[in-house]
Design a protein around this ligand. Structure first.
Ligand SMILES: [Zn+2]
Ligand SMILES: [Zn+2]
Length: 263
């Protein structure tokens, strides 16, 4: 089965120290034949302060220094909170060598404090519900942007609400608003990713994939979101199995254009 990992990080991301060659070799060892580096560029830092973009130099240098026989490498970016500064986002993604852009929502919008949800008070379910109300608004803000190819990890807040904080929150009450974001994406020929969170969240995607399919979505990428070689591509095989079950092909991107692979 063709496997691709289109979401992972290296030491160019502030929260990773990973050597890119070690990440690429780990992907190949896992059985992946195409991977895309998607280091972070969030327009807000974790406290909500605007980030500046230092230019493409280090990303291009790293990318061009790598070659791994048997593995196709792509240049990508995980661009967060693009709605905060659409002009800057457009300048960043105008890089012609870019193959793929993931549009992410890690933070609430600056009008609501702009913090990364990871750092917010998730101690009670009520607090989580308030955050989710605002989060789905941000998903819709992000979906309306033109500076990305697939919407990242739609279930991102559950990583921390159900993981770290130990709640049992489901997203069902927000499906109508999530479906609205999906319809915006689909109308613009954009897709979603199944983010396996290093193999931890594969099954959690089942209802989201069903909703996306109901809305008419066809573009789905897979990403492990690994930040260390030992996590690289975890869950990709299971994710591909899930896509196959739903009748999706696996999407990859080259120069911002999707390609579809039968599973
Ligand atoms: Zn992310
Ligand atoms: Zn990521």
């Amino acid at each position: 089965m063709f496997l691709a990992d289109f979401h992972n990080h290296t030491r160019l991301s502030p929260d990773s120290e990973a050597d890119p060659l070690a990440m690429a070799r780990a992907a190949l060892d896992y059985g992946v034949s195409e991977m895309c580096f998607t280091d972070h560029m969030d327009l807000l830092d974790f406290k909500g302060t605007p980030n500046l973009f230092g230019g493409w130099g280090p990303y291009l240098d790293q990318f061009h220094s790598l070659s791994v026989p048997g593995l196709t490498l792509r240049l990508g970016l995980e661009l967060g909170e693009a709605w905060e500064n659409p002009d800057l986002a457009a300048r960043i993604v105008s890089q012609p060598q870019l193959d793929f852009v993931i549009g992410s929502v890690h933070n609430l919008d600056s009008g609501h404090g702009g913090m990364d949800i990871f750092y917010m008070d998730l101690s009670t379910e009520e607090k989580c519900y308030d955050i989710l109300n605002l989060y789905v608004d941000c998903l819709n803000l992000q979906a309306a942007q033109d500076t990305f190819d697939v919407l990242a990890h739609v279930i991102y807040p559950l990583r921390f609400m159900n993981g770290k904080a130990g709640h049992h929150i489901r997203l069902d009450p927000w499906y109508p608003r999530i479906a609205e974001a999906f319809r915006t994406l689909i109308a613009k020929d954009k897709g979603i990713e199944v983010n396996t969170c290093r193999g931890r969240t594969v099954e959690d995607w089942r209802p989201i994939l069903a909703l996306y399919k109901d809305c008419g979505g066809v573009i789905v990428t897979l990403g492990s979101d690994a930040h260390r070689p030992q996590d690289m591509s975890k869950g990709i095989r299971e994710g591909a199995g899930l896509l196959k079950e739903f009748g999706f092909d696996l999407a990859t991107y080259e120069k911002r254009q999707p390609k579809f692979h039968k599973l």
